[in-house]
Design a protein around this ligand. Structure first.
Ligand SMILES: C[S@@+](CC[C@H](N)C(=O)[O-])C[C@H]1O[C@@H](n2cnc3c(N)ncnc32)[C@H](O)[C@@H]1O
Length: 329
């Protein structure tokens, strides 16, 4: 086990936990006998199990596949390749994954600038309708001496039927501190005054600059190299599914989509090839039994970055009740 600094909250798996955690996910060889796929984590190669999962079950599919980069997923090495070869890789599974989506369902597909054109192409090849492309501005990685450092990721939003899909924009509103509080006739214009401060509630655009990548002081952090933040997936889940709906993630990684689905009262199904990542996922799901908070999502709003103090103030003012959506960041 790695040595950690005292305040480092990165999730760890202790030796004595391994056997009990392994019992919480389904092994590839048992998938064939599975008659209920709800709230399951499957440890398997997606290509070997995707056809055993029933079609038309998912209200929401979130896909965060290996990008077209050389990356070591705990021993599984994905190699950067030509765009054509990457497209062929997507063709191996994307259509089969889309079969799991209900006709009224929504799908999000994540990527970076380099693979994004292949992602757009595969969505269009499959006959889905692209509704939007979200840009997530994020800070990670070293700068390059002969290039611009990458500071963004894309999340393609597509549906099977553009005339019939669920989208709840009211559930994903943002809360931002008002920098220049403008008044008209002595009253706040488009913002509210409260004892916690002056805030503006806004509708979200397709440019997301309020979400940090998980880091060592956050309890959701694991050693997964490309873990997505719960706050990011919470926006997708809240906007594009209802309580009780079914969320499928074919490249589960450390379990973010399943954990967020559970915290927001949705059902989940995740497939992940790596055993350690499956353990991260099931341990995080267990932890959600006692902590349903999603960092950055407090009181039904998504708060801007670095607003911990304001949210703490809100928390103190709320009589120290632990709300299901309470978060500290
Ligand atoms: C980009 S990561 C997903 C990270 C995830 N969104 C999270 O928040 O942790 C992609 C994951 O796909 C897994 N993977 C790659 N090929 C796979 C396959 N054929 N079947 C199942 N999982 C696979 C990798 O092990 C890796 O964890």
């Amino acid at each position: 086990m790695k040595e950690r600094a005292e305040r480092n909250r990165t999730l760890i798996i202790k030796d004595e936990e391994i056997d009990s955690l392994k019992e919480l996910f389904v092994e590839e060889s048992n998938v064939i006998n599975l008659d209920n796929f709800e709230n399951k984590i499957i440890k398997a190669d997606l290509l070997n199990v995707i056809d055993s999962i029933p079609d038309n079950v998912a209200d929401l599919i979130i896909i965060d596949p290996p990008y077209n980069l050389s990356k070591d997923f705990n021993g599984l090495k994905f190699s950067a390749r030509s765009s054509g070869a990457y497209l062929e890789y997507l063709r191996l599974w994307f259509g089969r994954v889309c079969k799991k989506l209900k006709n009224t369902g929504s799908l999000y597909l994540c990527g970076d600038w380099k693979c994004t054109s292949s992602l757009q192409q595969i969505i269009e090849e499959e006959g889905l309708t692209i509704i939007n492309r979200i840009t997530w501005q994020r800070e990670k990685g070293r700068g390059a001496s002969k290039n611009w450092k990458n500071g963004m990721e894309d999340i393609w939003f597509a549906v099977k039927n553009p005339k019939d899909y669920y989208f709840n924009v009211e559930s994903v509103k943002q809360k931002r501190k008002v920098i220049a509080p403008y008044k008209e006739n002595g009253k706040p214009k488009d913002w509210t005054e409260s004892e916690d401060g002056n805030f503006r509630i806004t509708y979200p655009s397709n440019f997301w600059d309020d979400i940090s990548i998980p880091f060592w002081s956050m309890p959701e952090n694991t050693d997964h190299p490309t873990q997505k933040p719960e706050k990011l997936y919470a926006k997708l889940v809240l906007a594009s599914s209802k309580e009780g709906d079914f969320v499928f993630d074919p490249f589960l990684g450390s379990g973010t989509s399943a954990v967020v689905a559970k915290k927001l009262n949705r059902k989940y199904l995740g497939v992940e090839i790596n055993e350690e990542y499956c353990m991260f996922a099931v341990k995080r799901l267990k932890m959600a039994d006692s902590d349903m908070s999603i960092q950055g999502y407090t009181d039904g709003f998504f708060w801007e970055r670095n607003s911990l103090n304001m949210q703490m103030k809100k928390k103190d003012n709320k009589d120290k009740n632990i709300s299901t959506n309470m978060s500290l960041f």
